[in-house]
Design a protein around this ligand. Structure first.
Ligand SMILES: [Zn+2]
Length: 315
């Protein structure tokens, strides 16, 4: 199996009212390198794309990517470039990107132009930014690509911030990620969520588990599903003691903590995701945490309960 390491540059509307919600970010460049199964570079791909939606360059895109609209006018449209890219990718490959955004925007652009999605559901890929953090960063934080390149003492022989160069450096970083326990942590792009219960994704990663649910018409329907709101221990599935209910500090996710006699503190986090067609699904993880983190969550839960109580009293 080959690895297709790619990076995109995209442009957007300069105004909110000028934004087409079906394609908020229009791809203007695709750069990629192909690695064989030994992670050796065997081929390259680079193409600029003639914009069809946003015909003026957003000032940030121009500044960051150093591309001018006049240069793009004579390039090929997305449909043509994408067809060439797909052919270049071949049959047996896995995508690698720096961060989780590129694969999502690529699929959104593909859908806009009538291409079929890569898979009929969540698409597994390697997020090299996450893997670099797991293998090399003590704080396990997401870093800029150039930070990783400097840390690994990779020679900076071409300039950053163009699609091809960023794909090239991502491939160099990825080829230095070798531990098996790092590489089991592949990611999922959820542009196409599971279509029904049979196609839901349940994966066990050792130190945590992941569950990507089917879609629901509302957030409330989703969070009241029995399996989704279950916060018991993912390692033994025994009923563990709930230290908090599931609560939502920001509205974007729900969090809760339980205690299992055998496996200790278990944090459940349910990220709420909305599809382009307005339906909801959840990406749920359950993870072992230490006592300090557990106590922090319990404290946040109690503070929220208290605040709610005070609000009621003031009414
Ligand atoms: Zn347990």
């Amino acid at each position: 199996m080959n690895y297709i390491v790619f990076d995109l540059e995209w442009n957007q509307s300069s105004t909110v009212s000028g934004t087409n919600p079906a394609i908020p970010f229009e791809i203007i460049e695709i750069g990629a390198v192909k690695l064989n199964d030994q992670k050796v570079m065997i081929d390259e791909f680079s193409a600029l794309i003639k914009p069809q939606v946003y015909k003026t360059m957003h000032y940030m895109t121009g500044k960051l990517v150093h591309l001018k609209m006049a240069e793009l006018k004579h390039e090929h449209p997305f449909e043509e470039v994408m067809e060439n890219f797909l052919e270049w990718c071949g049959e047996d490959y896995c995508f690698v990107t720096w961060g989780p955004l590129d694969l999502n925007e690529l699929q959104r652009n593909m859908t806009f132009y009538g291409f079929k999605p890569f898979m009929d559901g969540p698409l597994p890929f390697y997020d090299a930014q996450k893997l670099f953090a797991l293998e090399y960063d003590e704080e396990k934080e997401r870093r800029a690509l150039e930070t990783a390149v400097d840390f690994l003492k990779i020679e900076k022989d071409i300039p950053f911030h163009r699609a091809f160069s960023d794909a090239y450096y991502t491939a160099k970083v990825f080829s230095l990620i070798n531990k098996e326990e790092t590489l089991i942590h592949y990611s999922y792009d959820n542009f196409i969520p599971p279509k029904d219960k049979q196609h839901e994704v349940r994966k066990f990663f050792g130190d945590y588990d992941k569950y990507i649910t089917r879609t629901f018409s509302s957030k409330e329907a989703m969070i009241s599903d029995k399996e989704i709101k279950n916060t018991s221990c993912y390692l033994c599935d025994k009923n563990s003691k709930k230290l908090t209910k599931l609560f939502s500090p920001t509205g974007k996710y729900f969090i809760g903590v339980s205690f299992c006699e055998e496996h200790g503190y278990i944090k459940t986090k349910i990220r709420v995701r909305k599809t382009d067609s307005g339906r909801y699904f959840a990406v749920k993880t359950r993870k072992r945490i230490d006592e300090e983190e557990a106590q922090n969550i319990v404290a946040r839960f109690n503070k929220m309960k208290e605040d709610k109580h005070l609000k009621k009293l003031r009414k």
